[in-house]
Design a protein around this ligand. Sequence first.
Ligand SMILES: Cc1cc2nc3c(=O)[nH]c(=O)nc-3n(C[C@H](O)[C@H](O)[C@H](O)COP(=O)(O)OP(=O)(O)OC[C@H]3O[C@@H](n4cnc5c(N)ncnc54)[C@H](O)[C@@H]3O)c2cc1C
Length: 412
Amino acid sequence: MSGQASTVIVGGGIWGLSTAYHLARAGSTDVVVLERNERLFDETTSQAAGLVGQIRATPLMRRAVRYAIELFTGFRAQTGHDPGFRQVGSLLLALTPERTASFAEHVEHANENGVEAYFVDGAEMSRLAPHLEPSRVEGGYFVPGDGYLDPGRCAEAFRAAAEDLGVRILTGTAATGLSVRDDRVAGVETDRGIFEAGRVVVTAGPWTGLLAKTMAGHEPAMVPIRHQRVTTAPAPAIPGHHPVVRVTDASCYLRPEGGGYLYGFFEPYPTTYDLEVLPPGFRTADIEEPVEVMDEARERLAPVFPILRGLEVTAYRRGLTTFAPDGAYLIGPVPGVAGLFAATGCAALGIAGSAAVGSWLANWVARGEPGEDLSPFDPERFGERAADREWVRRRAEEFYGDYYSVASMSVA
Ligand SMILES: Cc1cc2nc3c(=O)[nH]c(=O)nc-3n(C[C@H](O)[C@H](O)[C@H](O)COP(=O)(O)OP(=O)(O)OC[C@H]3O[C@@H](n4cnc5c(N)ncnc54)[C@H](O)[C@@H]3O)c2cc1C
């Protein structure tokens, strides 16, 4: 099998499908998405918790999440496909005076930047999340515009909308290399033949590093780090309005799921994966169930949500999120090969960022520029230090371990 397209997207996770949708919506419909699995979005995307929160440390990411919320809330009316966004808000809890002080800065800053946020008392916390034990909480604020969705359903909505507009999707087709002529992309080599294309976008999640290296000798400065969450058996009296709850001092988050709870954990000493030394067929499903680390998460959350101690865990979800040393995305043209783009370094924020990532990449491909200043995501921003893989790994692990620390959540 061989073929031709103006643009080939490698990877049918949420980033690739959002890029395909945005390209087609802008009028570039001669697009093919290649996915090596038989099923789309069956790797990192399918494992995610789907939290979409606007309290971000940088203006660029605040705008990105705001765009996601706009797109998700209007998507069904625009396309006929419902990403299932539940705008129930998020509740951020402080367990320490230091955290409570930092929250005052968050709330003020959010309101100054057009994001509604306000402090809530114990009674309101109990109304929002009846199993929460307010006496264990120092303070908390609520962001009503935030929410969550099922990431698979959202990726499926992007797929359906993209296909409606003419995008072609080929599953069971793995990219294996790049065809280059005069330093320009000429096509993608796959295990089923060559696909000629003038533009190639690599959105292969944790495999983006390996592919960019194979295709262009360029290794993005990121490492795949395992992240995890569980779902529990149903619990009584979880209301439909229950928001996402972030217990930042415990490095944990929680939301309703299937009548019970879903909770996740950014552990202080995470586990990094080196895909170069793993078998080529390695998949997310091969990652062991992180039982111990999720036991720790339950114990961290239990003072605030005592009910969790009595709820059976019904599923462990885990996947490889990718982290750059500074925790910001790595998105842009791949140096040395014109027409080749790559996007990785999702920092466990790739669902909330999926709309903007798709829009930026589509702009880049179709118009030659992303539509706003993406220098904070420049893949070359680390200069020569990027070659020191040990430094990249250490810094990325530190960033992950400090994900919800007071310092890393400070607003800019
Ligand atoms: C437990 C967990 C919880 C999370 N919670 C959240 C959250 O609440 N909010 C949030 O915003 N983010 C969250 N994330 C992060 C989010 O899941 C990712 O950022 C996002 O899914 C990245 O999407 P992707 O398309 O880049 O990668 P993927 O979904 O991994 O897709 C990449 C695709 O590329 C394919 N591929 C790989 N190699 C090839 C090849 N050679 N040829 C063709 N195809 C190839 C893969 O098979 C895969 O389907 C979470 C992640 C985890 C693991």
